[in-house]
Design a protein around this ligand. Structure first.
Ligand code: PLP
Length: 428
């Protein structure tokens, strides 16, 4: 056996995410499956409570495995810091609650995910927070006139699920900034591979990581990214610029100037709500992130071919895919999504709800799932599933009709995907 003469410590980095293990720690990304951390003294514990960024306190709001993933997603989005959540819904909820309280309002694009419509339009309303809906196609003047003195944020979705409208991030960011409030963008479908909203003026980015980031349908999760660029000291956000009495007088903008928004979200909201992912969930999410850049181009090219095929069928009323040159949002897609417009296509089949159900039940390769943005091709009928709770007016505002089918194109061979669509159309 070869004798090892040099006994000097060799610094190693973890294979996943660049985590540098300290002496005695494992040499791969740790799955720190622990609720608790141990300190050398009582005073150390006190110090960490004074400044939680010094070390770890409790896995209800921080964990070394999740921390690796948070840093990775912050870097991917070009943000200053990130906080993972146990679902995309939790990320959207906390992104608003972090800066709005009873008596406040915020503006949201009418073309967003149905679950977010419920959250904003019903649940937050019960908590005294008003959502002002503005058409995704509003002119700058129409958008400007929607602001009220109590409006604290603006929210939109880069590529809306399932209407597949493209959000004019720069225009909405300018409107938000004119009124001294941040723009929050749900970037779930685009992922930072296709669009980085912060580069277009967004201040906060949220994701359902359950979709392309995870990519394999194994883990529900979410994340909030703080750009670190918004000026919270503008007088509109005392929750960040004045002492937090629930955290012994911490002034987030003063004590944590690099990323006050996300520090508050963690120290206050995550501490209180505890919707934080478990270490193992974050480990699985990291596996998905590591192949995101390889998967996204394939989803995009497969979906473009599928969208062209669907558009050529006489059984189809309309196709919504911003990658198609004929799509209403193609020019916005060219601006914000030059690498492609994701794997999700929506289309309306002639014959309404009954025809949509018949077509979907004829598919063999594509499965019927309440999911989207996965490696496997799947379909969903939004009007009877994810958007079932919406009123007819809300369905129209979200761009949904009875014949609408959401097709999430996966990574299978494109010839197989097209053959499946063809045989289902042939049965119509
Ligand atoms: N945002 C978008 C765009 C979504 O599509 C979804 C879920 O489909 C969510 C948020 C909510 O995410 P989750 O299901 O992870 O709670």
């Amino acid at each position: 056996m070869k004798e090892i003469k040099n006994t000097a410590k060799i610094e190693t980095k973890c294979l996943h995410s660049g985590y540098t293990p300290k002496n005695g720690e494992p040499r791969v990304m740790p799955i720190v499956q622990s609720t608790t951390y141990v300190y050398d003294s009582t005073n150390s514990v006190a110090d960490v409570f004074d400044d939680p960024t010094l070390s770890l306190i409790y896995s209800r709001f921080e964990n070394p495995t999740t921390d690796c993933v948070e840093k990775k997603i912050a870097a991917l989005e070009g943000g200053a810091a990130a906080m993972c959540t146990s679902s995309g819904q939790a990320a959207s909820l906390l992104s608003i609650l972090n800066i709005c309280e009873a008596g406040d309002s915020f503006i949201a694009s009418s073309s967003i995910y149905g679950g977010t419509v419920n959250l904003f339009g019903f649940t937050l309303k019960k908590m005294g927070i008003e959502c002002i809906w503005v058409d995704v196609n509003a002119t700058p003047e129409e958008l400007d006139s929607a602001f009220k003195p109590n409006t604290k944020a603006v929210f939109g979705e880069t590529i809306a699920n399932p209407a597949l409208t493209v959000f004019d991030i720069e225009m909405w960011a300018n409107a938000a900034h004119k009124h001294n409030v941040p723009l929050i963008v749900d970037n779930t479908f685009a992922t930072p591979y296709l669009c980085r909203p912060i580069e277009w003026g967004a201040d906060i980015v949220v994701h359902s990581t359950s979709k392309y980031m995870d990519g394999h349908a194994v883990q529900v999760g979410g994340v909030i990214v703080d750009s670190g660029k918004f000026n919270w000291d503008n007088g509109k956000f005392p929750c960040l610029s004045e002492p937090d009495e629930s955290y012994h007088g911490t002034v987030y903008t003063k004590q944590y100037p690099a990323a006050p928004y996300i520090t508050k979200a963690r120290m206050q909201l995550m501490r209180d709500f505890g919707c934080y992912p478990a270490a193992h969930s974050s480990f699985l999410l990291n596996l998905g992130l590591e192949t995101l850049a390889v998967r996204m181009p394939v989803y995009c090219s497969n979906a473009l071919k599928a969208a062209e095929f669907i558009a050529s069928s006489d059984k189809v009323e309309a196709v919504y895919y911003p990658g198609l040159k004929t799509d209403k949002y193609h020019s916005l897609a060219e601006k914000y999504l030059p690498l492609g417009t994701s794997g999700v296509i929506s289309f309306s089949i002639k014959g309404g709800r009954d025809a949509a159900v018949r077509f979907m039940d004829s598919l063999e390769l594509a499965s019927n799932e309440v999911h989207v943005a996965d490696i496997r091709t799947c379909v969903l009928h939004p009007a009877s599933a994810t958007h079932r709770q919406l009123s007819d007016e809300q369905l129209v505002a979200a761009g949904i009709d009875g014949g609408l089918i959401r097709l999430s194109v996966g990574l299978e061979n494109i010839d197989d995907i097209l053959a499946d669509l063809k045989q289902a159309f042939d049965k119509m």
